[in-house]
Design a protein around this ligand. Structure first.
Ligand code: TNX
Length: 545
């Protein structure tokens, strides 16, 4: 059956005949299952050409959908025999996972959007009992470094849903582009969503293109993305990065920068990769500006968590700025780190007052954190360990393991080789909860995330190549109850199941990296990357370009 991610329990039934989905099959949708039924019908009727009409009231269906409050919300059961396939979820989310498992059981053609002649639709007689290990199974997509048009984002959400991933971390702002329409501050997208050209490859290569780059999502686009994700039981986690990674915003509104140190009016949206020195000034006016931005963010994104970045904030400008120094004195702070902490704490309280929670990159730990804040541990496990031990919730996403911009093989022909070699097997052997954590502290690891930074991915085809197949291995790490010791994981078994899974990815139209390596058009000869040598330690140096 080649199910990915692997379910907790599968029993194939020798005593029962398989189920065959046929034209005229009916869906019986119990109370609370209407949304999942609608989507299942849409997906399967496209693939099969069958109508899959609702079963008349009170009559059994060929596909039976029900909720059972005795199951955990994301838990599900799938029971198939010759009579019917019964899908039961603890909530609509659990049921939606059951529907994804059914799609896998129906075969790769179930991932197509039109029927192939002569296709058959058989589901083996099975009992599946399944529930996720982690409640937060995320993927970050960086749409700042390279803009991903809306259609590509919706397609990415389909890919996440097919792998039972349930958090879409939407990295909407950075030095190189601001991607969210903000009604109150139209310059953020009028100026900040565009840059004059892009660096091609890593800085050392010294190459640029001559092509303006940009794009942004209107608020209606974002509402559509949020609703599309919600229908797939995916939460969209918006990220508005501050106080660093802000050159695009400063290019749009120069008063946001450290105007007593740099001529911010002369800045454009950044055309380099890396970490810009141009950070926000720490004035009250800037805090108000971002409160206004966040008011619009909260209107559009219903997620409990809002990601405010907090990473890689060079302090040079604050050191030189008389205004920033006066602010440090006025607030009675020790240094620039405490000033950054002050900014983050301000928004932590601001979000909490609105019933939301702040999450930020592990640098936000540096000046002390408010109790409700959570941490994305990216520079390694250490930040996450410290945060969990201090009682904060943690999402483990160490760059040494699950940064999918890093190269997936060591060969010369890997396109734009960045970072450490993180093969499919390496990702399969990634363990989100390090052995240093146990008991309550381990329980603070609420989940894990793979992050796709797009400095070196220009479009959806290149994102496909870097994300897949590794996101399939990651999905199994996040969902399945794998042995905690990476050495004990059944890599050979996973690899064997991947053979079936590649056929699904093909049917979905995902341009994954083939096990043999990049296809000729997937190579980028001559584009300089920054490969790092050796195996990454559990908490190695960080690698931002
Ligand atoms: C570090 S992860 C970054 C990103 C880069 C990424 C490249 C993080 C909080 N900062 O800005 O895109 O490395 O791997």
């Amino acid at each position: 059956m080649d199910l990915i991610p692997a379910p907790s329990h599968v029993r194939t039934r020798a005593d029962a005949a398989p189920f065959v989905l046929h034209a005229g099959a009916r869906i019986a949708a119990g109370p609370g299952t209407e949304g999942v039924a609608r989507r299942l019908r849409a997906e399967l009727s496209a693939a099969t050409g069958f109508d899959l009409d609702p079963a008349p009231a009170g009559q059994a269906g060929d596909l039976e959908l029900a909720l059972d409050g005795a199951l955990a919300p994301e838990e599900y059961r799938l029971d198939a025999d010759a009579d019917a396939v019964r899908l039961t979820g603890g909530s609509a989310a659990g049921l939606s996972h059951a529907a994804q498992t059914l799609r896998q059981l129906l075969g790769p053609a179930a991932y197509r959007t039109a029927p192939l002649p002569g296709a058959g639709w058989t589901v083996p007689a099975v009992e599946i009992r399944d529930a996720p290990r982690f409640g937060w199974r995320g993927a970050l997509l960086d749409v700042s470094r390279h803009f991903m048009p809306k259609a590509g984002v919706l397609r990415f959400l389909d890919q996440l849903a097919a792998h039972k991933l349930n958090v879409f971390h939407f990295h909407l702002t950075d030095d190189q582009g601001w991607r969210m329409e903000v009604k109150r501050y139209p310059e953020l997208t009028r100026a900040g969503a565009w840059r004059a050209y892009s660096m091609v490859g890593y800085r050392a290569g010294g190459r640029h293109d001559d092509q303006p780059h940009g794009g942004y999502y209107t608020q209606d686009d974002l509402r559509e993305i949020v609703a599309y994700a919600a229908a797939r039981h995916i939460t969209v986690l918006p990220e508005i990065d501050l106080p660093g990674h802000n050159q695009a915003a400063i290019a749009a509104y120069p008063e946001l920068g450290n105007t007593d140190v740099v001529d911010t009016a002369a800045l454009g949206t950044w055309t380099d990769w890396g970490v810009s020195e141009n950070i926000l000034n720490p004035s009250e006016a800037t805090l108000r500006f971002y409160e206004h931005v966040l008011e619009e963010v909260l209107e559009i994104f219903p997620s409990t968590f809002v990601h405010l970045g907090g990473d890689e904030c060079p302090k040079e400008q604050w050191k030189q700025s008389p205004a920033a120094q006066a602010r440090i004195a006025e607030l009675g702070l020790k240094d620039e780190f405490e000033l950054q902490s002050h900014v983050i704490r301000h928004f932590d309280g601001w979000l909490a007052a609105r019933g939301r929670r702040l999450i930020g990159w592990d640098e936000i730990l540096e000046g002390g954190l408010a109790p409700g804040a959570a941490v994305s541990s990216w520079r390694g496990y250490d930040g996450g360990i410290a945060a969990a031990q201090a009682g904060h919730d943690v999402v483990m996403c160490p760059e040494q393991h699950v940064y999918l911009d890093h190269r997936q093989a060591g060969g010369e022909e890997e396109p734009v080789p960045v970072g450490w070699v993180r093969s499919l097997e390496d990702v399969y052997r990634f363990e989100p909860v390090p052995p240093q954590l146990d008991g309550d502290a381990a329980a603070h690891v609420i989940g894990t995330q793979a992050n796709i930074w797009t400095e070196f991915m220009d479009d959806a085809r290149e994102v496909d190549y870097k994300a897949f197949p590794r996101l399939a291995a990651f999905a199994e790490v996040a969902w399945s109850d794998l042995p905690r010791d990476p050495a004990d994981r059944d890599w050979a078994g996973f690899e064997a199941r991947m053979a079936g899974h590649y056929a699904r990815l093909d049917a979905l139209g995902v341009e994954y990296r083939h096990p043999e390596g990049p296809l000729p058009w997937q190579r980028k000869p001559g584009i300089v990357g920054r490969p790092l040598d050796g195996a990454p330690g559990p908490s190695g140096p960080h690698t931002a370009p």
